[in-house]
Design a protein around this ligand. Structure first.
Ligand code: KG4
Ligand code: ZN
Length: 357
């Protein structure tokens, strides 16, 4: 049962074909056209520019996804699209394209929440070595960390989300991007900061705060940490801000973020006793975070499994949207499937879409 999924919520134009057979979700094809290098000149995503690029790329990207899958529109069971949250001008392009195709091809269309997509990236059968799938058992605890979101979500069964806590200010990815900017590193800053941090070993005595780490709840805060980085950099004369200094700041900043994320996740595992723990969103590509989470769960909670998305499914892509969609589609009644053939007429992009329970 192939589903064609479309994602245009931020600065990636993406389309993918995803299937579900015998309970296994597979990516048949996945095409991502990134605009990151274009937005880099502006130091961040420019919504109007993103919309223009999506318009330019959406049809070729969809065609490429179908071609790579060796399928024609007739072979598809349904279509899916990211409905929100995201940048409105960007979301509109994907939703309009999806609605047009649903009409022209007479296919059902499902609107998917972007964060639900990130979470369901974990359900896609892995192909990167060692490619051993881990069964996801509920309750599932998901640490969601992206450019726009930082939250701990308890999922007691498919599509039943309970937000345990979220960030009070900046998202984790946003903090990475802002720190990169302070240090004069290009956009998107997350990978730039991470690669400098990972290569740094010395102790330079620099200490940054771990905001709210002992608050005993699931609130996060990263804006004070970012300000602490700003002060630490400001206090050093420009001529001494050499690559070693930049790497030292990146290292301590990454440790501070990872300590906080791992600490809060540990508290939630203790309180809610999930059977599986996972991480989702663009920051789940962070190697240090992946390693520390895996280690924490393995050492402190033997019996509980840890799952993370493959790298290609960590950052924005359409396969994750397709994964959520095939799961939703397979659980629809025949009447629900019938309704999905026409329901999309009222589907509108929603930049503030909530992750409904
Ligand atoms: O999920 P995503 O692709 O887009 C949103 O939904 O926001 O996440 C993008 C965010 C950016 O802030 C980016 O800097 C961050 O994820 N990111 C990383 C890494 N790779 C991407 N942050 C830390 N370490 C990384 N390796
Ligand atoms: Zn995302």
């Amino acid at each position: 049962m192939p589903i064609l999924a479309i994602e245009t919520s931020c600065d990636e134009t993406a389309a993918a074909v995803v299937t579900l057979t015998d309970g296994t979700v597979r990516t048949v094809s996945s095409v991502v056209s990134s605009q990151a290098s274009l937005h880099a000149a502006w130091g961040g995503v420019v919504p109007a520019l993103a919309a223009r690029e999506h318009q330019k790329n959406i049809v070729p990207v969809i065609q490429a996804a179908l071609q790579e899958a060796g399928l024609t529109p007739r072979d598809l069971d349904a279509l899916a699209v990211t409905q929100g949250p995201g940048l409105m001008p960007a979301l509109v392009v994907g939703v309009q394209a999806a609605k047009t195709l649903a009409y022209a091809w007479r296919k059902p269309l499902l609107g998917i929440h972007h964060i639900e997509g990130h979470i369901y990236a974990n359900f896609i059968s892995p192909t990167e070595p060692p490619a051993t799938p881990t069964e996801i058992l509920f309750p599932l605890l998901a640490l969601v960390v992206s450019g726009g979101h930082t939250e701990l979500v308890l999922i007691r069964d498919h599509f039943r989300y309970e937000i345990l806590g979220r960030t009070e200010d900046d998202a984790a990815g946003e903090a990475f991007d802002k720190v990169a900017k302070i240090l004069g590193l290009p956009y998107p800053g997350g990978p730039e900061v991470a690669c400098r941090a990972d290569g740094f070993q010395e102790d330079t005595g620099l200490r940054l705060p771990r905001p709210l780490i002992d608050s005993g709840d699931y609130r996060f805060s990263f804006s004070g940490l970012k300000t602490a980085v700003l002060y630490a950099v400001r206090d050093v004369p420009v001529e001494r801000r050499n690559p070693r200094f930049v790497a030292a700041v990146c290292h301590e900043f990454q440790e501070a973020v990872v300590d906080t994320l791992v600490g809060k996740t540990r508290t939630a595992v203790r309180e809610y006793a999930p059977r599986t723990v996972t991480v989702a969103g663009g920051v789940s590509a962070n190697v240090r975070l992946r390693g520390r989470l895996r280690e924490m769960v393995a050492e402190e909670f033997p019996g509980i499994s840890f799952v993370m998305p493959e790298f290609r499914h960590s950052l924005d892509n359409a396969a994750m949207v397709g994964s959520a969609a095939v799961m939703r589609w397979s659980r629809l009644t025949p009447e629900g499937k019938e309704r999905a053939l026409t329901d999309w007429r009222t589907l509108e992009p929603d930049p503030n879409l909530k992750l409904a329970a």
